[in-house]
Design a protein around this ligand. Structure first.
Ligand code: 5GP
Ligand code: MN
Length: 324
């Protein structure tokens, strides 16, 4: 699979690199690392993500080069889609991007739908950045400090700072190599975890206040409304990681965070659009739950989007607790 990708990329003059909406560290790290690598190979690469790059990740090289529209689709000979379990995860331009003759799908979600013409799905990779690292080595790309910084950031964040169950020996082996070429772990950690705005902390306060626990204590649920984001002056990106507080509660098997879409519900009582994040302690496969609702993800971290009344959505979720 890697050979096919390498041949295809090396024979392309111009490629589109894309990742999912509301990008996390792995999405951004893999996108930027691929972009930087394409430059060393003198392949013209356009970097695309529909959502803005969160402020926390703007310290990464080339983060300012990511465009929010994939312009002039005809010029691309191939598209590389990173960290997306489904093609639709890239957002509104999916039908447009689909027209690119070769779609290279690089991902680590076991729920991946293999939507590409070439699919490199490595489900035991701790992050898409791990797969990109291996691919770049195979391509003969020198992993320089800027590339290493992007890859390290993706691995750091997708493993929850080397705490989640996807952390393994190769995670540390790769990170050792990345540190060897100049990544400073303390510096990356300072950027990613040590620069929270006061608004974000105020939003965390509201998130903690919204905590509800199922009768049997197995499900914890947080709810963030659009109004809470507006009140605190925060953005979607500021919600990232808050679910971990709900996950950490003793005896909780599944933590849930419901987030209302911006303008998702115009009037009280109306059906709203929500994103639901799921995390498990490892004893429950939340990817399966997410799949049931039309989403996807990993065994211990998954998500889906839904249109519903908030009270009905909460009820549905708490009903799940009875069978856990
Ligand atoms: P998060 O809860 O941080 O948004 O996402 C956790 C995991 O679930 C990630 O691996 C992400 O790819 C996956 N995920 C989250 N939301 C969706 C969704 O709407 N659709 C799919 N297919 N996967 C999702
Ligand atoms: Mn990932």
């Amino acid at each position: 699979m890697m050979d096919q990708i390498i041949t295809r990329l090396k024979n392309s003059r111009s490629v589109l690199l894309a990742t999912h909406v509301n990008p996390d560290g792995d999405a951004i790290g893999s996108l930027l690392a691929m972009g930087l690598a394409m430059e060393t190979l003198r392949i013209d690469a356009k970097l695309f993500c529909q959502s803005p790059i969160p402020a926390l990740y703007r310290f990464l090289p080339w983060s300012h080069r990511v465009c929010r529209l994939p312009d002039d689709i005809k010029k691309y000979e191939a598209a590389v889609i990173l960290d997306c379990g489904e093609f639709e995860r890239i957002g509104d331009s999916v039908e447009y991007v689909q027209q690119i003759p070769v779609i290279i799908n690089i991902d680590h979600h076991f729920t991946n739908t293999h939507f590409g013409s070439i699919n490199l799905i490595v489900t035991d990779a701790c992050a898409t950045c791990e797969i990109v690292y291996q691919l770049l080595l195979e391509m003969g790309v020198t992993i320089n400090q800027p590339i290493a910084r992007c890859l390290y950031t993706g691995i750091l964040t997708d493993t929850g700072s080397f705490r989640f169950s996807n952390t393994n020996r190769s995670t540390f082996e790769i990170c050792e190599e990345l540190v060897k070429v100049g990544v400073n772990p303390h510096d990356v950690a300072k950027h990613v975890y040590g620069q929270y705005s006061l608004s974000r902390i105020k939003l965390l306060n509201l998130a903690l206040d919204s905590l509800e626990i199922s009768k049997n204590g197995k499900i914890s649920l947080m709810t963030l409304t659009d109004q809470m984001l507006q009140e605190t002056g925060t953005q979607n990106e500021d919600v990232d990681g808050m679910i971990n507080y709900a996950r950490r509660i003793k005896n909780v098997k599944v933590a849930v965070l419901i987030q209302e879409y911006r303008n998702g519900r115009r009037r009280t009582g109306e059906r709203g659009r929500y994103h639901v994040s799921l995390r498990s302690d490892g004893s429950v496969d939340v990817a399966n739950i997410a799949l049931f609702f039309g989403g996807g993800g990993h065994v211990t971290a998954a998500g889906f989007c839904t249109e519903s009344h908030l009270s009905h959505l909460k009820e549905t979720i708490f009903k799940l607790a009875e069978v856990l």
